[in-house]
Design a protein around this ligand. Structure first.
Ligand SMILES: [Zn+2]
Length: 87
């Protein structure tokens, strides 16, 4: 089974193998978007809070993520993959 696959791969054109690898990487990335659509908010680093500089116990919700601490990954915003999963 594995030998058959290796034999088949060895018989292919290098360009074909290159594009096969590209397709596998892209599919892996799309699966990753579906599995994990969120990333940490870049402004609050996922803490969801904006803390005061002097009164460090005081905070308000981060204005960029609205207090969720998360943002959609770039690929999710571009493709919409994973949006349906996340409430
Ligand atoms: Zn934030």
């Amino acid at each position: 089974m594995v030998e058959d696959l290796l034999t088949w791969l060895g018989a292919q054109d290098p360009a074909t193998l290159f594009w096969l690898a590209v397709v596998l990487v892209v599919l892996g990335y799309l699966f990753s978007l579906w599995a994990h659509p969120w990333a940490k908010c870049g402004l609050c680093k996922g803490k969801a809070r904006h803390v005061g500089a002097v009164y460090t116990y005081a905070w308000r919700p981060c204005r960029r993520c609205g207090g969720s601490g998360r943002k959609y990954r770039l690929g999710v915003r571009m493709t919409g993959i994973g949006r349906l999963r996340s409430a």
